[in-house]
Design a protein around this ligand. Structure first.
Ligand SMILES: O=C([O-])CC(=O)C(=O)O
Length: 160
């Protein structure tokens, strides 16, 4: 994977949206891309676990956790399951935990911050719906490109 989001933006800016949310990177993959799948949830990560337990086929899961930093929506066990299932990365508008272990996983992981407190496991929320944060709508089936500079989204694939 050789793209940079800055070069993509220069080449395809009209077709791209750029997320203004300032994420931290937690996984060992700092550059990743893929078709988008989504979850919307608040301090409950059962749906995140469920979706990342299915075949990822190189996709990126975008989780809108409402920006809450009160509980972790992803830790090392769920992230390891994402790696086993072939997900390319996870973007979380919320918090993670087990950050030392996440740093050793072959997965893109971006989140707002960390909190050791676990989330509820009741399955509240929705999967497969468009979610909006950082001035970007992330719709299932759109394409996401992420690197050290940011996260950009396009309705069409703009890079192999
Ligand atoms: O189970 C959780 O809530 C998250 C977690 O710690 C893990 O994925 O290891």
């Amino acid at each position: 994977m050789t793209f940079t989001t800055a070069d993509l933006f220069d080449a395809h800016g009209d077709a791209l949206s750029s997320c203004v949310t300032q994420f931290r990177s937690y996984g060992s993959r700092t550059r990743f891309s893929g078709e988008i799948e989504t979850v919307r949830c608040l301090e409950d990560n059962a749906l995140v676990k469920q979706v990342l337990g299915t075949p990822g086929e190189g996709r990126v899961l975008v989780v809108d956790g409402g920006g809450s930093l009160r509980t972790a929506l992803l830790g090392d066990l769920i992230a390891a399951s994402a790696v086993r299932n072939g997900w390319s990365g996870v973007i979380i508008n919320g918090a993670v935990r087990d950050t030392v272990a996440l740093a050793g996983l072959e997965l893109g992981v971006k989140a707002l911050g960390s909190n050791p407190r676990r989330s509820a496991k009741e399955g509240r929320g929705e999967a497969g719906v468009p979610v909006t944060f950082g001035e970007v709508t992330f719709a299932p089936g759109d394409w996401l490109y992420s690197d050290e500079d940011g996260v950009v989204v396009s309705a069409q694939r703009v890079q192999d």
